[in-house]
Design a protein around this ligand. Structure first.
Ligand code: HEM
Length: 463
């Protein structure tokens, strides 16, 4: 008992609601960003979703709690509870042979084996394809006046993922694999809710899809074993071996490449969508960025792009304000202490990139888009964590930063983007704009103007 003004140490503050923690979680999923803000401002750093004997869901806010959660895997484990499907099927093995769901020694070993595919020099090799595919998409826009930027960014990051992961050149094959994987991931929620294998059910369809994809990736693995000079991610994973000669099995290779595709393309597409949106609504910053890009426009190379301070600041600031992974979750392996309270075993503990990135003690004018701030501030991995931190930190962060810089430079020099007047712009938990991102596009004429928009974005950004 005690230590917290008479509150028992197990009684973490939090909202009471007639429907209990489920009703609170419903509010969280319905309005995740506003709800988290309200929790933090009303109850403080640690908030329980249900009052009573035992909280099952807890929210933890701020750098110190982020550090405790992300650096103590013996207490705060990866949770597999969200993926509910039989493990012993082709699809189950594809989902569970996945870095994000692995723990302990197994996770360490697989991460070691996968790391070479994401070394700086290796990621540089992917830049040519990133430039080429972005230029190709911008050519496709030539006769268009309006696009859904989010859909277009998904198309682009999907093409980049399939090309860099599997080394596919053939356009048709590239699109086919992309569509296969997207169809499977789209059905994941329905599949998790009802994993029953009867004809015409989503689970049955997803299983069939998984079987075909599995056969396809298997034949690509065989090909990589023969092609010694291939430089794509799958080729690098096929070659990877530990000091004792351990290599990844075919099933592990299939699971990892499948997961890399899922983990990489939507996050990067959403981040690009918001960055272009934020720039289009901040004409002065866009002007300065284009001035910076002008200096290298005749020789657009990755080497030059990586030395541009404002471009770096723009990407970092966009990921601070609207991080594509706005919350993360771990589950307690045993009862433990967090923020002065005792948290029971098997509690889901959410940490929040979104709230941490908006703390006024860490960032002046936290709700404003100020890319220049990054030339004078440095933040610890627990104060700025769009790619998370600790052992499960994003393995593809260097890949994503490089991809974003290339795509932004190519597209912004060629086109001016202007949001459709009064469009409804509202991000969800994964920072997907739920009603899309309708943009009018013009050849770049530097006639920037801010446009009035509706939606929850107005509560999230001080324009
Ligand atoms: C802007 C783009 C991206 C963002 C914001 C992002 C964010 C994240 C975050 C927050 C995590 C850790 C989740 C946790 O701690 O539970 C993560 C993990 C991961 N990401 Fe990314 N990611 C991005 C792009 C990519 C790309 C391009 C790739 C691969 C090409 C990738 C591959 C992965 C993998 C494999 C993991 C699991 C790592 C592990 O568990 O050890 N991500 N990402």
């Amino acid at each position: 008992m005690d230590a917290n003004n008479g509150i028992p140490v197990t009684q973490i503050p939090g909202p009471r609601s007639v429907g209990g923690w489920r009703m609170n979680m419903f509010h969280f999923f319905r309005s995740p960003l506003m709800f988290q803000r309200w929790l933090y401002h009303t109850y403080g750093n640690l908030v329980a979703m249900g009052q009573g004997d035992r909280p099952t869901q807890v929210f933890a806010f701020g750098p110190e709690l982020n550090r405790q959660i992300l650096t103590n895997p013996e207490f705060f484990e990866i949770s597999t509870a969200l993926v509910r499907m039989p493990k012993d099927t082709v699809m189950g093995r594809m989902f569970f042979n996945n870095l994000s769901l692995m723990k302990g020694e197994k996770h360490k070993q697989h991460r070691r084996l996968m790391q070479p595919a994401f070394h700086h020099e290796q990621v540089l090799q992917y830049s040519k394809d990133m430039f080429r595919l972005t230029k190709q998409l911008s050519d496709e826009w030539q006769d268009k006046a309006e696009i859904d930027l989010n859909l277009e960014m998904k198309k682009l990051t999907q093409r980049i993922a399939v090309k860099t992961l599997f080394g596919l050149y053939n356009e048709e094959e590239l699109n086919r694999i992309g569509t296969f994987i997207t169809q499977m991931t789209k059905s994941i929620l329905l599949v998790s809710l009802a994993p029953f294998n009867f004809p015409y059910t989503p689970y049955h369809r997803a299983l069939r899809n998984a079987e075909q994809l599995n056969t396809h990736i298997r034949s690509m693995i065989e090909q990589k074993r023969l092609e010694r000079n291939a430089t794509d991610v799958l080729a690098s994973l096929v070659k990877a071996h530990d000091e004792d000669g351990t290599t990844l099995t075919d099933e592990e290779l299939i699971g990892h490449t499948f997961n890399l595709f899922i983990a990489s393309h939507e996050t990067t597409a959403n981040a690009l969508t918001w960055t272009i949106f934020l720039l289009s609504q901040h004409p002065d910053i866009l002007y300065n960025l284009l001035e910076e890009l002008k200096e290298i426009e005749n020789e657009l190379s990755l080497d030059k792009l990586s030395k541009l301070p404002l471009l770096e600041g723009v990407v970092k600031e966009s990921l601070r304000l609207l991080p594509p992974a706005s919350v993360g979750v771990r589950i307690t392996a045993s009862s433990c202490e967090l923020g002065g309270f005792s948290v029971p075993e098997k509690t889901n503990v959410f940490f929040s990139q979104l709230i941490t990135h908006r703390m006024p003690e860490l960032y002046d004018e936290p709700n404003r888009f100020i890319p220049e701030r990054w030339s004078t501030i440095k933040r610890t991995p627990f104060e700025y964590l769009p790619f998370s931190a600790g052992p499960h930190m994003c393995i593809g962060w260097g890949f994503a930063m490089q991809e974003m810089k290339i795509v932004l430079a190519v597209l912004l020099m060629r086109y001016r983007f202007s949001v459709v007047h009064h469009a409804k712009i509202s991000p969800n938990l994964m920072m997907r704009p739920v009603s899309g991102m309708p943009m009018r596009i013009f050849p770049q004429d530097w006639k920037f103007e801010r446009v009035p928009v509706r939606g929850t974005i107005n509560q999230l950004i001080d324009f």
